[in-house]
Design a protein around this ligand. Sequence first.
Ligand SMILES: [Zn+2]
Length: 278
Amino acid sequence: MNNKSKYTLAILLALSIATGCSKGEVAPSGSPTATATPPVSLGSPTPSSSPSPSPVTTPKPSIVPTASPSTSAVPPKSGAIQVVAKPESITVLVNKQNSLPSSYEPTDLVYPDIPFIFAEKNEKRKMRKAAASAIEKLFAGAEKDGIRLSGVSAYRSYATQKALFQRYVLKDGEEKAKLYSAVPGTSEHETGLAIDVTGSDGKCAAEDCFAGTKEAKWLETHVAEYGFIIRYPKGKTTITGYQYEPWHIRYVGIEVAKEMVDKSLTMEEYYKAVPVTK
Ligand SMILES: [Zn+2]
């Protein structure tokens, strides 16, 4: 590992101290690797309608426009965040460099019939229809294996994320706020395809102590069967930009999920979205 890699790693590790889910996901923009990030093809086929795109060996040549017309004509010098072209895609990549449009709101949000650790019926329970149906099956499958799960937090609107972020900016200033809270548009919870889950006792909800529990182990082994992935796996912090979050699962469809798990790929690697430093 050269000095630049070490520096990059140190920065990323420092930036990922705060857990993403509890505070809206960390979204720093100063990573030295960010400037080299190429535009990502987000037009991948949906898993249900076509065979696997196998982008690992044959990256798709099509390149989406780097930004929507609403973004600045002059891109920021470093840590550029580009707006994704197909926010409604089930396999959309949303991370620190790829943001949902500020106007995006999923049109098919529903309330999955699963227990949550809180009683209120609010937006945090919502998921997009396909993900909601899949999470119901996942919870039922877990229960058959004697594993009782609860939802912690699913959908979060752009407006909610914005309010959250602005509150932190007022408190700590923008630069500091970015270290522990996501810039609006860059939280995966805004897709309606991600959910944080925990054991039914509600302990360790979106906390490090969830790692190693029987619930976490069950998720690790079985999520792909239901079309989900552990989005921020162990040992991939320099690639995803997030520390290990065994509780944060993301729906991508069964076919893509299984391929990613079989090949031990994060979404970033699957799309070759960031230079992978090994
Ligand atoms: Zn999360």
